[in-house]
Design a protein. Sequence first.
Length: 217
Amino acid sequence: MRKILSIIQILCLSDYAAAQHHWSFDYSVTLPYNVPLSLTIEQQGASDISLAPRFRSEPLVVPITWKWQISYWSDSTAWSLMAIHHKLYLENRPPEVEEFAITHGYNIISIMRSWQMQHFMLGVGAGIVLAHPEISVRGKRLPENRGIMNSGYYIAGPNIAFAVGRRWYAVGGIYLLGEAMVHASYASVPIADGTARLFSVVAHVSVGLGFSVGHTE
């Protein structure tokens, strides 16, 4: 039995040594498209406001929309931490809503599982929405010095993400990255004397640069 266990241990260590393990990091600029779904605004002492929102994002206006991802690869699979900085400006505001923006971040933070399939990478993941609302309804505005550590940020809800991308390697582990991604989320953010709840689906196209440590073609 000891000999069998020793052989199994040797085989496992050999498989681990044979596998290719490396880290990668990339940073991209994103161009998003917001799919209209639903927005409900609830405020004490007033009737609810419900609409199909039209959001714009102004991705190339500072602060630009971006995505970064750090990944640990074992052969053709990886675990990653991904963050997307997204922005929402409500265009079809009803008269009761003076301002509705989530612009210092409708941030998507996800744990991703990725697979390298020949030339392309596929990824799925889930995580949270970290939101910074700037909203004024019926003349009442929520102060921005509340939330997590009085920063104006709130953990607003869950999200799921799907991605497909490709890397083009240059030299020294540097690569160009092109990616398409869809994320769906639910968020509940505070307003003065109430809550705003929204469902969001966003499609992103992103282009960026990255580098890997320990990767071999």
